[in-house]
Design a protein around this ligand. Structure first.
Ligand SMILES: C[S@@+](CC[C@H](N)C(=O)[O-])C[C@H]1O[C@@H](n2cnc3c(N)ncnc32)[C@H](O)[C@@H]1O
Length: 216
């Protein structure tokens, strides 16, 4: 495994046990993204950087006919995710695999190259080459599908001191909010012929971006 994989395993070795309860209060916008996914009946949903499986379980409850896939670079997180999906009785609907967001082969990991919905939730801010991860995610979207992203915004609508404290604290967990995220989504949409959409939420605490493809 890469240095980054080892770093993520180290970061989450203990954190994963308190991850879901603590992140509930500050990883904002995840449930809105999940509510908007609306995969086709029997469709497939891939989360890149799926962590503890919290989101995939929520997707499974919101969209009971979807087939679910998760990839993460941290085996520690995947171990927790596997226990969680088994606990809620979703093991037969959720497939998890270890992979690097910038360079994974969904065909080799899951036996399929594309998915109706692909999403990345608060992982781009932890991936050094996050633009490559966005491009890789776009390659995984099926015709007529959609890529959805949620992550930290630049906090422009909040006091400067808040931004300094938040960014300093996030850096301790190897998290860097990406100032160019909206522009990167727009650029990528142009290059792949998709329809982009981006908006800030909660006074730019968080940002949502998406690219929709028409059927071709
Ligand atoms: C802040 S957590 C977010 C987890 C989950 N998506 C959520 O919203 O709760 C970031 C996750 O991204 C994973 N990650 C970081 N870099 C990655 C990479 N290069 N490839 C795949 N996963 C990565 C970490 O291991 C971690 O599980």
């Amino acid at each position: 495994m890469s240095d980054h994989g080892r770093l993520m395993d180290g970061t989450y070795r203990w954190q994963r046990h308190i991850y879901d309860i603590t992140r509930k209060y500050y990883l904002l916008g995840r449930d809105g993204l999940i509510a908007d996914l609306a995969p086709p009946s029997g469709g497939s949903v891939l989360e890149i950087g799926c962590g503890t499986g919290r989101n995939l379980i929520a997707v499974g409850k919101a969209w009971p006919h979807a087939r679910l896939y998760g990839v993460d670079i941290s085996q520690a997180m995947l171990d927790t995710a596997q226990i969680s999906v088994e606990r809620v009785g979703m093991a037969c609907r959720v497939r998890l695999a270890r992979g690097d967001a910038v360079d994974f082969d969904p065909q080799a990991l899951f036996g399929r190259a594309t998915f109706d919905r692909v999403f990345i939730s608060y992982a781009l801010s932890m991936i050094p080459d996050w633009e490559a991860a966005l491009q890789q995610a776009a390659l995984c979207v099926a015709p007529g599908g959609r890529l959805e992203v949620v992550d930290f915004g630049q906090q422009e609508g909040l006091p400067g001191a808040w931004r300094a404290v938040l960014f300093g604290w996030l850096a301790r967990f190897h998290v860097t909010p990406r100032p160019g995220l909206a522009a990167a989504v727009q650029r990528l949409a142009h290059s792949v012929g998709g329809e982009p959409s981006c908006h800030s939420m909660y006074r730019s605490y968080a940002i949502r971006g998406s690219i929709a493809w028409t059927e071709h």
